[in-house]
Structure formats: structure tokens, C-alpha cells
Design a binder for this molecule. Structure first.
Ligand code: GLU
Length: 308
């Protein structure tokens, strides 16, 4: 373990739904390179609270693969399944501060309410039915209130803006594009949005580097940080890896498990995906690759003006 700067704490947060594939390697590599380029700490958090999607043995397999690829965390790994009390405490604080409310609507009721209303892609925007009470229905889920849209002339409190270190300036109107969102699901599972925000705050994460498929969740996470009085992290969303059909690489879209016996090929391909210009495209050792890739990452950050 090397001396690291307390000013930078990054993380890689895989879900143990299967073995690591090339897409997840790119996220691990980008987060690791950014932490090392900042002399920061790099942590690993196993996001294992989605019971039905968790595959037995996948977490151990992921740890073994990370080690074979030369990624060593600076602290023992965190496990979301061991943090349930912390999620409950965060929800209790949000109940006390009036930021959340119980919701009794079924998915079908929400879908029906939107037949004539706007719909964003396939995401259902909750119409706010239970904001002022359950209307005699049993509580199923807990939702976080997002601010109401202000008139066009005034500053809009529902508009969340942030500068993504890779993708540039971003904004999302939570009122019209997202709606009040679920933190504790009807099936009793903690929602990803709550767990990720509470964990990043508890672990003191300052810099989040992950795949661009999560760009759309970031405004929600910033709003939740504000509701909890937690600091806002710096965000960087790197390009996702896609298959020939243009779909994000995942177990469902046919991603192959990484071959842990030949890490250098996949690592150099990952570096190419991130646009890194390595001095040696065929390094002989992990150490040689790492030193070259950290330098190349710093040059990439300078090109992106992303030295946060
Ligand atoms: N566990 C999430 C995933 O594997 C990543 C969460 C995050 O990095 O914020 O997609």
C-alpha cells in the first residue's frame, strides 16, 4: 500500500451479477488510473444488495480478477449488504426532514396515469399522486421529492447542473425528466440511487469515475446528496463499451468473461478504448503497463481539461 492523498478518494463499484468483462474492466481501469494520477486512494465496493441479480461466487471471482489485472485497493473492500443499517438511518433522516413520502401506487397505476401525459423514453415519470397522502392505499415504496419546476423566468430549483470531467457541462430537470424517485422499493430492496449516495458519502469518496450509462443517474444522486447534506462528488463518465449491435456490453448482451491469465492484452485494449496514447503498445509486465498508462492518463486529462 502506497501513501495516498486524503484529498482524492475514488472507487470502483462492481455489481456481483457475473464475472468481470471488458466493459467493467474499462471502468475499473479509468477509476484506478485517475486515483493513481492524483496520488489518491482507490477503493472497491461490492454492490451486492440487489438480491435477485446477485450471482453466488461472482464477488470472489471479481476480486480474484482485479488482483490478476494488478488492481489492488488501498483499503479493505466495502460490501453494500453489510450497510443496511446505514441506509435505514439515511431514510429515517429523510423522513424526519420531510424529503421522502410513502407511495402506494403500483407500476400499472403509474403507467395508466401517463397514457395521455408525457413519457420519457420508457421511463415512467411519477405524477406525484401520493405526495399529499396515500389516499387509503397501503404504503409500498418510499419516494424522494424532487423540487417543483419554477416559472420560466425564475431560477429553476429542479434543474441540476454539473460539469462532467469527461462529458462536459450537463443538466437535467428533475421535475420534468425524472419525477419523484424511489429510494426503498416495494419489494423491500434498497434502490441503487440511495445506496450509492450513502456509501459514497460514508466512504468519503471525492471523485466518481464510471461508465457513461450512469450519466443519467447523476443529477438524482446530486439532489439526494443535497437532501442529506452530503458533499457533491466530482464526476467523470467514460465512454461505455458496446457490442456489434451498439448495445452496452453486459452479461445480457453477450459479454465474455475476462481471461485472467492474459491481463496485458485486455488492459492495453482498455487503454485504447479510453483514448490513451501508450508509449509501449505491447508492454511486457503489469508494472510497465501501469507506469505508461498513468502518464498517458495525465496527458488525456490535460486534453480534456479534466484535472479536477
Ligand atoms: N454497481 C454499478 C454497476 O456495476 C456501478 C455504480 C457506480 O459506479 O456508481 O453498474
Amino acid at each position: 500500500m502506497s501513501a495516498t492523498s486524503a484529498a482524492y478518494r475514488g472507487r470502483f463499484a462492481p455489481s456481483p451479477t457475473g464475472p468481470l468483462h471488458f466493459g467493467s474492466l474499462v471502468s475499473a481501469l479509468a477509476s484506478w488510473l485517475d486515483a493513481r494520477a492524483h496520488d489518491g486512494a482507490w477503493l472497491v465496493r461490492m454492490e451486492d444488495i440487489d438480491g435477485p441479480r446477485t450471482v453466488p461466487g461472482a464477488a470472489e471471482d471479481i476480486f480474484a480478477t482485479l488482483a490478476a489485472f494488478g488492481f489492488h485497493a488501498d483499503e479493505p473492500p466495502a460490501w453494500q449488504s453489510r450497510c443496511i443499517d446505514v441506509y435505514r438511518a439515511a431514510l429515517d433522516r429523510l423522513i424526519a426532514s420531510g424529503h421522502v413520502y410513502p407511495c402506494g401506487c403500483t407500476r400499472k397505476e403509474i403507467a395508466d396515469s401517463q397514457l395521455h401525459a408525457h413519457r420519457r423514453n420508457t421511463t415512467l415519470i411519477y405524477p406525484g399522486t401520493c405526495r399529499d397522502g396515500l389516499h387509503g392505499k397501503p404504503a409500498r415504496a418510499w419516494r424522494l421529492r424532487v423540487p417543483d419546476d419554477a416559472p420560466a423566468s425564475a431560477e429553476n430549483p429542479a434543474l441540476i447542473r454539473f460539469d462532467d470531467r469527461w462529458q462536459g457541462p450537463q443538466q437535467q430537470d428533475l421535475a420534468t425528466e425524472v419525477g419523484d424517485f424511489v429510494l426503498l422499493r416495494a419489494d423491500g430492496q434498497w434502490a441503487y440511487q440511495l445506496a450509492v449516495v450513502v456509501d459514497d458519502a460514508a466512504q468519503g469518496i471525492t471523485h466518481v469515475v464510471r461508465g457513461a450509462d450512469l450519466l443519467d443517474s447523476t443529477a438524482r444522486q446530486i439532489w439526494l446528496q443535497q437532501c442529506l447534506g452530503a458533499p457533491t462528488s466530482a464526476y467523470m463518465h467514460v465512454p461505455v463499451v458496446t457490442n456489434e449491435d451498439g448495445e452496452k456490453l453486459s452479461k445480457q448482451t453477450g459479454a465474455q468473461a475476462l481471461d485472467a491469465s492474459r491481463p496485458l492484452e485486455a488492459l492495453t485494449a482498455g487503454a485504447r478504448h479510453l483514448g490513451l496514447d501508450l508509449h509501449d503498445p505491447a508492454p511486457a509486465t503489469l508494472e510497465a503497463f501501469q507506469a505508461d498508462a498513468i502518464d498517458a492518463w495525465k496527458r488525456r486529462l490535460a486534453q480534456l481539461h479534466a484535472l479536477a
